[in-house]
Write a protein that binds this ligand. Sequence first.
Ligand SMILES: [Fe+2]
Length: 280
Amino acid sequence: MTLTPVHFFSHGSTMMLREHCSSTDYWKQCGDEALKHGIKGVVFMGAHWDTIGDQIQVSTNPNPAKSPVAYVHPSKYVDYELNPDIRTANRCIDLLAKAGYNVSGNDKFDWIHDVYLILVRMFPKACPPTTIISLNARYDPHYHMKVGSTLRHLRKENYLLIGTGGSVHNLYRNRWAPMLRFRDNFAQDSPPETWALEFRQAVEDVFTKNSGPALRRAVTRLMKHPEYRDAHATDDHFMAAMFVAGAAGDFEDEGTFAVLGAETWELTNMCNTQYTIGSW
Ligand SMILES: [Fe+2]
């Protein structure tokens, strides 16, 4: 039985919708491959939608709007037609409820650029049927890893599972001046700081040198890394990594190591690394 690949994509700043780079090329390449293999749909865990208490939600909004993005001309995204997959959303709700989650549909949720930026880049011609799973705002790594393991079976049905967050993503430590003054998000007038380089390397080592349940242990353990809090001032952009480890860290995944597909530094200290576990 074939298992679809799983992606951990670092979506970076909103400028990744406006400027081309090796990461945007890689997203397009992954989208082309997914279409070539006839995916049934895409299931996302993002970074920008969380639910409080002990809940998790799945988007069941049949006509979601798009939250606007700063610094990007609306022509880059306003006409892109979203394609919510309500049937699969309800199926995810059932699977998560059976696994013990306090889960419900949210028919009011509007989509945010963590998800539609990736969709526009991967599938510029048309959005495939798409499901979005929220985060839980307690940011428990094991909870989010289990969401991935619960939905992992969808990989056997030709769904593409994607976590969209960031490998090094601390908005408080970015150097914003070149972007604000010159719209140059890729400016590097000094090298990234040591904590960013260290954590970026730790993420690469974990993803590319562990597989199966060892990957799950290693990814969740990254939140105890001494540089973690510098690399992620808030936990929201790292939960997608947990989801990915859950979705691609079963015993059946042993021996399948992540590939670092592309990497783009933005705003000096933000590292947008793109990983894929498994192949078509
Ligand atoms: Fe983000």
